[in-house]
Design a binder for this molecule. Sequence first.
Ligand code: GS8
Length: 303
Amino acid sequence: MMQKMGSLHRPLISPPPSPKQATNHTFLVKSCRLVGFKGSPGQLKTQKSNALKCGFSSSFKFSTSSMAKNFNESDEYSLSSPSVKTDEVILLDFWPSMFGIRVRVALAEKGIEYQLKEEDLRNKSDLLLRMNPVYKKIPVFIHKGKPICESSIIVQYIDEVWKDKSPLLPSDPYQRAQARFWVDYIDKKVFDAGRRTWYTTGEQQEAAKKEFVEIIKQLEEQLGDKPYFGGETLGYVDVCLIPYYCWFYTYETMGKFNVETECPKFIAWAKRCMQKESISKTLPDEKKVFGFCLDLRKKFGLE
Ligand code: GS8
């Protein structure tokens, strides 16, 4: 049975319901609107109790990027900058998603205010289904009412529209193609191998650990002696790769291995990135991600 589970291609944080889970959705974040909370203490209590249902009683924090605002379709916000209206920029997201985190990091790097709408992936909002009818997945970036889907495409879009601050993609076409190549490599390799380090057991898990380290070694080689994949400054590859770092604790603890011993330069790069506020304030707490995954493993009978 374990064998079968590990070989299935299922989305990491929205597994299909098993008969056991079909009646129990409490491990999912249920429509949490916690960012920039402005409600009454009573409302806050309700929100906390929803959060506790998600299984993060000890580690749950009511804070994320200061750039993100609580979303409500009827809400209006006063704007700090006339050129960036918060009602123009909405992100449909789910907090542990490395794909969503990419977009949040890009927005933080550029200093763009936005409204964050946390999705319940078991009960997707009409807005998500309307904005991403093809894949029905987060993240979806809605700019002036128009949706952009797929995290790497969203990050490129953000870079093109807000080009004045913190350019992410190189201006040289060849270098740009190289950056895209590596993000494509990350998309094809890191997510899947990473997932298998914590979501499988036995031989499959052993193979996943080896594969994961090989992938990271390949990336480390590409980094070379540069401070960032983008060179002297944070770039497109960095933004698309760093969200995985808050999952490393889960991969390493559940897989019982250590990436740093094999890839010290890669971990030094990740720590360097974490010194940037746009990243440290955006990535969720690694222990919170771990708690989330532990719950999933239990639900799937892997614990
Ligand atoms: C992947 C998005 C994705 O898998 C991207 O944006 O880069 N290639 C896309 N989103 C997941 C959550 S993160 O694992 C999702 O929305 N799943 C819901 C579902 O599959 O129903």
